[in-house]
Design a protein around this ligand. Structure first.
Ligand SMILES: Cc1ncc(COP(=O)(O)O)c(C=O)c1O
Length: 315
C-alpha cells in the first residue's frame, strides 16, 4: 500500500490514524457487530455518537451554551439560501463583503431572497486582498453582515474579524477547527465538514483534534506549515503567490509557475512523487496546495523539496 500526500481543497485528506481506526471499527463498532453506517439513526448507539460529536465540537471551539449546534445536510452551499431564508424578509437588507469566488456564490443566492448591499469588492486587486473596513459602505439597518473568512479558491484570508452593530454571519468552510475562534462574536457560523473536519464519522476526527492538543496546537502546526510553503514560494524567484502578504491563507496556498505550459509537467511529476491534487481550481488555473489539519509537516516538506527539484531541472 502506498499513501500519497493529498493536497485537495476538499473532500480532503484525513489523518491516517483516523482511517486506521475506521478500518478497525468497520465490521464491528464497539461490540455492536455492525458498522456505524448500518445502524439505526434513532438507536441509542448512534444517538450517543451524535451527542459526543456535538460535545466535542463545543469543547474544541468553546461554544457558549446560548448557541445551538446543527449538523445539517446540503453542505455550506445549502446555507447560501438557508441563512437569508431564515434571517431576512424580501425587504430586508444584508451587507456582504465580496472577496472572491465563494462570496460571489453566497451573494448570488442571497439576492433571490432579500436585498444585498455589497459593502466592499476586492475586484481592484483581482481578489488578492481584503478591503480594509475603513473603505466599506455599510447600510444602517442590515439584518446581518456576511463574509467569507477564507476564500478557498483565491487563498485569501481575513486578517481581522469585522466589527459593527449587525450580527456577523461567516462561511468558515475552509478554516473551521484549524485554529481557535471566538464564537461569541458571531451570529451564525456555518461550514462544510469535508475539509478540516472530515466526511462521515465526524466524531472520530474531533477526537483526533482533541488528542492532538486541541485548536491551539492545530493553529501552531498550521501556521508553521503555511510559513514553510510561502517561504519556499517567495524565496524561489520562480513560483509566485499573488495574495497580499497579510491576507494569505494558512489553508489554501495558490501559486503560479513562470509559464502556463509548465503546469502540466509540474502536476504530472508531482503525482509521480506521491503529491496529488495540486492543480488550481478550474476557474482560475495555476496550482494550489490545500494544507488542512490532516496534512502533516512531512507532506509540506516533500512538496517544497519537489518544487526545488522541478525548478532546478526546468527553471
Ligand atoms: C468557502 C467555501 N464555501 C462554500 C463551499 C461549498 O461547500 P459545500 O461543498 O459543503 O456546499 C466551499 C467548498 O469548497 C468553500 O470552500
Amino acid at each position: 500500500m502506498t499513501r500519497v500526500y493529498n493536497f485537495s481543497a476538499g473532500p480532503a485528506a484525513l489523518p491516517q490514524e483516523v482511517l486506521e481506526r475506521l478500518r478497525e471499527e468497520m465490521l464491528d463498532w464497539h461490540g455492536h457487530g455492525m458498522s456505524v453506517m448500518e445502524m439505526s439513526h434513532r438507536g441509542k448507539a448512534f444517538v450517543g455518537i451524535a451527542q459526543q460529536a456535538e460535545a466535542d465540537l463545543r469543547e474544541l471551539l468553546a461554544v457558549p451554551s446560548s448557541y445551538k449546534v446543527l449538523f445539517l445536510q446540503g453542505g455550506a452551499t445549502a446555507q447560501f439560501a438557508g441563512i437569508p431564508l431564515n434571517l431576512t424578509t424580501p425587504d430586508a437588507v444584508v451587507d456582504v463583503v465580496n472577496t472572491g469566488a465563494w462570496s460571489k456564490k453566497a451573494i448570488a443566492e442571497a439576492k433571490k431572497y432579500c436585498k444585498v448591499n455589497v459593502v466592499a469588492d476586492a475586484a481592484s486587486s483581482n481578489y488578492a486582498h481584503v478591503p480594509p473596513q475603513s473603505e466599506w459602505k455599510r447600510s444602517p439597518n442590515a439584518a446581518y453582515l456576511h463574509y467569507t473568512p477564507n476564500e478557498t479558491i483565491g487563498g485569501v484570508e481575513f486578517p481581522f474579524v469585522p466589527d459593527g452593530d449587525a450580527p456577523l454571519v461567516a462561511d468558515f468552510s475552509s478554516t473551521i477547527l484549524s485554529r481557535p475562534l471566538d464564537v461569541g462574536r458571531y451570529g451564525v457560523i456555518y461550514a462544510g465538514a469535508q475539509k478540516n473536519i472530515g466526511p462521515a464519522g465526524l466524531v472520530v476526527v474531533f477526537d483526533w483534534v482533541k488528542r492532538g492538543g486541541g485548536l491551539a496546537a492545530m493553529a501552531e502546526r498550521n501556521r508553521a506549515k503555511a510559513a514553510k510553503l510561502y517561504g519556499a514560494i517567495d524565496g524561489s524567484g520562480f513560483y509566485r503567490n499573488p495574495v497580499a502578504v497579510e491576507c494569505r491563507s494558512w489553508m489554501n496556498v495558490p501559486f503560479t509557475l513562470p509559464h502556463v505550459e509548465l503546469e502540466k509537467p509540474f502536476a504530472e511529476g508531482a503525482k509521480r512523487a506521491g503529491l496529488v491534487a495540486l492543480e488550481g481550481h478550474r476557474s482560475v488555473g495555476g496550482m494550489r496546495a490545500s494544507i488542512y489539519n490532516a496534512m502533516p509537516l512531512a507532506g509540506v516538506d516533500a512538496l517544497v523539496e519537489y518544487m526545488k527539484e522541478f525548478q532546478r531541472t526546468k527553471g
